[in-house]
Design a protein around this ligand. Structure first.
Ligand SMILES: [Zn+2]
Length: 216
């Protein structure tokens, strides 16, 4: 019997977090034959208050789909309102939907936001992840990633460094699919992403790296 393909799920509060936090690793896993699904919790329409939210949603979805295509993963959207994730999570009955999703995909690993991340939506997604994995019968490895704030967690948690030397440029290419997010800040942010990849790569004596902590 053929071995089941390993599945990895990446939880992402906003449409570009999974690319910034784990894009190189996602592309690396896909190349290794694993199946990766990104779950985006919100379209994030707040950052463009002058545009109709329907328009923003369509743009965000398209950008994330194009970025996912570059990385080789699939992407799925939920529609939580920014800054009230936990409330919306309850009121929309999302827990049942996510448990169903986890049962269907049976991921070996989940990547999610860090609990140290100051952004309330990122913290909410962290909490949601923990609640969900506690409800699952089978044990799922949970890793945290950082978006803009480095995870300090000086730490009892084991670190996972992934060599993304051959997929780092793929990550940048995917990141460029989000012009609506940060049209005037994309270059400084890319420099930060580059700096981190070099720093993490240095740790494992590779050209580029991404690092995570395993919390479960
Ligand atoms: Zn975010």
């Amino acid at each position: 019997m053929a071995k089941k393909r390993e599945t990895i799920i990446v939880f992402s509060a906003h449409s570009d977090d999974f690319v910034i936090g784990a894009g190189g690793t996602i592309a690396q896993y896909v190349r290794a034959g694993k199946k990766v699904l990104a779950v985006v919790f919100s379209y994030g329409e707040k950052s463009h208050p002058w545009m109709k939210s329907k328009v923003i949603k369509a743009i965000r979805q398209k950008e994330a789909e194009e970025a996912s295509k570059v990385l080789g993963c699939r992407v799925l959207f939920f529609d939580l309102k920014e800054f009230s994730y936990l409330k919306e999570y309850q009121s929309q009955g999302l827990e049942a939907a996510l448990i169903k999703l986890l049962k269907r995909y049976r991921p070996q690993k989940i990547f999610t936001h860090s609990n140290e991340d100051p952004h309330p939506d990122h913290q909410a997604v962290h909490k949601i992840t923990i609640q969900l994995t506690e409800k699952m019968k089978s044990r799922i490895q949970v890793y945290i990633y950082s978006v803009w704030n480095p995870v300090s967690l000086q730490t009892q948690f084991p670190a996972l460094y992934v060599d993304v030397s051959s997929t780092f440029w793929t990550k940048l290419k995917a990141f460029k699919k989000f012009p609506s997010q940060r049209f005037n800040a994309i270059y400084p942010l890319m420099i930060l992403v580059l700096y981190r990849a070099i720093k993490d790569g240095f740790k494992i004596r590779k050209r580029f790296g991404e690092h995570f902590f395993r919390i479960q």
